[in-house]
Ligand binder design. Sequence first.
Ligand SMILES: Cc1cc2nc3c(=O)[nH]c(=O)nc-3n(C[C@H](O)[C@H](O)[C@H](O)COP(=O)(O)OP(=O)(O)OC[C@H]3O[C@@H](n4cnc5c(N)ncnc54)[C@H](O)[C@@H]3O)c2cc1C
Ligand SMILES: *[C@@H]1O[C@H](CO)[C@@H](O)[C@H](O)[C@H]1NC(C)=O
Ligand SMILES: *[C@@H]1O[C@H](CO)[C@@H](O)[C@H](O)[C@H]1NC(C)=O
Length: 487
Amino acid sequence: MEAILFTTVLLLASHVLLAAAAGPSVIVVGAGFSGISAAKTLSDAGITNIVILEATNRIGGRICKVAFAGINVEKGANWVEGVNGNAVNPIWTFSNQLGLRKFRSDYSNLSSNTYKEEGGLYGAAEIQSVIDTGDEVYDAGEKYSKSLSNSGFGDISILASQRLQNHAPSSPAEMVVDYYNFDYEFAEPPRVTSLQNTVPLPTFANFGEDVYFVADQRGYETVVHNVANQFLKTSKDGTIVDPRLILNKVVRVIEHSPGGVTVKTEDGAVYKADYVIVSVSLGVLQSKLIEFVPRLPEWKILAIYEFDMAIYTKIFIKFPYSFWPTGNGTQFFLYASERRGYYSIWQHFEREYPGAHVLLVTVTDDESRRIEQQPDSATKAEAMEVLRAMFGKNIPEATDIFVPRWWSDRLYKGTFSNWPIGVNRYEYDQIRAPVGRIYFTGEHTSEHYNGYVHGAYLAGIDSANILIRCVKTGNCKYIVKAKDADD
Ligand SMILES: Cc1cc2nc3c(=O)[nH]c(=O)nc-3n(C[C@H](O)[C@H](O)[C@H](O)COP(=O)(O)OP(=O)(O)OC[C@H]3O[C@@H](n4cnc5c(N)ncnc54)[C@H](O)[C@@H]3O)c2cc1C
Ligand SMILES: *[C@@H]1O[C@H](CO)[C@@H](O)[C@H](O)[C@H]1NC(C)=O
Ligand SMILES: *[C@@H]1O[C@H](CO)[C@@H](O)[C@H](O)[C@H]1NC(C)=O
């Protein structure tokens, strides 16, 4: 007991000493939005002795434009989600300051744009009634969710809450509407997703129900560059030239002790600092890419592995000309297959990318895994078959296809985190909790907004502030709210 107390005092003393001197040194692993936002928050607090180690040759991580069919499209995040509510989403503010070109996505006419597997549209009234039933079941689930105690012990899956209403989607029409309602947002099916932690979803409850599609040729990543440029040196053409950002450094080992951290990269370089902030994705943490020495404690490993890294695949397909309906209320259309989630959700870009003749179809989860492993030619053939079912035999063959592979990529291992049933608030907060001198950030550590761009941005600020408090006050205790605390 006395010995433990003694080390704690020593630790506190060394923290205070560091604060009094030039300030501590901090390594940030990863230059996605959360890493950049964490580094800027440290910098604003006077902690400028920072090194950011990023595995790729760019900043932005999962916010990433790619050239396709003569335009730039977004391979990762595309929407500002949570707009026009009571509180203002910080990403909405940034996107307006930067004048990002964006469009509100209008899903209100899906009932008139849902195709049968064998071809032809469903009657609008039929689909509207499926949508209305889904909404009623959702509202009942929301009431049920609010009645659950915060301990998380009563949590059930979204599917279980549907069953409680005697409604488990089964026909192709019911499945496609259900897929649109849940998988299209969480990238995992309702049988996996926690009711308590996603219904209602804080993003929409706090920031508003609207979503805006970013279609700016500078890329959605402009929001990340804008934050980076406020604390990293840039040249006249906007390139970051600050020596504290080091690209093409894949971190493989993080050694930590009460005295400091040592970070080793794949190319044999070694970096030492007082602290490290790890911002890599949950999928990377669940892989063996980074070895922690000594091992992370059991509670930490359990929390990391219990949470879900979901997969959301945006397949862009280019045609010689547009053959789909255009005009108001046609942008989003559904394909109701007997196979749940089989090329279900389609979007055209008449407004966003006029003249590009590009469609986007979104798949998730098992379909994503399957599609990542097959050649793009096979995916193109499958998509063409679905399109022919919807629009007839005479449509033109696609000329180009882009299939992102976030799951296979060792630097991501998926697209964003999803809250599964079985993880309570206490365990979730443990994902963010520091371990000694290792701090954690990333969308998966966001207090309320895991899975989103704003989640990553806000998590960077929050995690940095935990470290700043430790450095400035010597109070390095991080308390995760107890399991049975009812807020
Ligand atoms: C396909 C897709 C669609 C999405 N759609 C939306 C959307 O429409 N709206 C929305 O709000 N959100 C969306 N998101 C989620 C959003 O993009 C993420 O929540 C956010 O960008 C994550 O930021 P981050 O900093 O937490 O992680 P990341 O962006 O993953 O940053 C981590 C960084 O660490 C680097 N790294 C990994 N391993 C190492 C290593 N060993 N050493 C050094 N560096 C390493 C990575 O290269 C990366 O740059 C989407 C994501 C994807 C992928
Ligand atoms: C489409 O919607 C816009 C905005 O709501 C409106 O201004 C326009 O007149 C509509 N166009 C047609 C053809 O209905
Ligand atoms: C809804 O979609 C149908 C079919 O594409 C279209 O004809 C109709 O104009 C749309 N209605 C509205 C209100 O946008």
